[in-house]
Ligand binder design. Structure first.
Ligand code: ZN
Length: 202
């Protein structure tokens, strides 16, 4: 399986990183080795001094698809989840300045937290409320209605470039409030009042 991530999909987050508003969705990939195994803490890697959390709504693809139209995109997923796109912001900033790819900043081991998935019928897809709590305080508070590109548009766009396969996961972008993690932090993800994950930072 592969993980497809969307960058810059929420206006307030684009502003907080002083990025340009993109004309098309920004896409990058993480390998399956990036997935943090369940019940394992996230260990801050030695190569970064600025690991950021980014809470994101996840979509699990349920069948093979290519050139999917937005109208039929909803038939390519049954489950919605919540996760974290951990980012080595210091490395990403250097990569951006030099025009280099982002993989070292985005695709390292443990950088993809994949929390619980739930049946899509439990949600109103374009109005899903989700939060990230750091040590029991809300640090990110988003809603899918604030997305620049909605979930079905993202599936369509991504499938123009990459064949989607059963089990692939799309990280749909982070709202504002990203920040640095420190040792002993506890990060808890909540989607429509359901706790999707709780991760300890080591
Ligand atoms: Zn992200």
């Amino acid at each position: 399986m592969k993980i497809i991530c969307i960058g810059r999909n929420y206006t307030q987050h684009i502003k907080e990183l002083a990025n340009e508003k993109p004309k098309n969705p920004v896409i990058f990939l993480k390998p399956d080795s990036a997935i943090l195994p369940k019940k394992i803490p996230f260990f801050i890697p030695p190569f970064s001094n600025d690991i950021h959390y980014e809470v994101e709504v996840l979509v699990k693809i349920n069948k093979v698809g290519k050139y999917i139209t937005p109208k039929f995109a909803h038939t390519y997923y049954n489950e919605i989840g919540l996760g974290i796109d951990f980012t080595a912001r210091d490395i990403q900033t250097t990569c951006k300045q030099k025009g280099l790819p982002w993989e070292k900043a985005k695709a390292f081991d443990g950088s993809a937290v994949v929390g619980n998935f739930y049946a899509k019928e439990e949600f109103n897809i374009n109005n899903i409320s989700f939060q990230l709590l750091k040590n029991n305080e809300i640090v990110q508070d988003g809603n899918t209605q604030e997305m620049l590109w909605k979930i079905d548009e993202l599936i369509s766009y991504v499938s123009q470039y990459f064949t989607l396969k059963k089990g692939d996961i799309i990280f749909t972008g982070t709202p504002a409030g990203v920040g640095k993690v420190s040792e002993n932090d506890i990060l808890t993800g909540v989607i429509e009042n359901k706790q999707a994950f709780s991760i300890k930072i080591k």
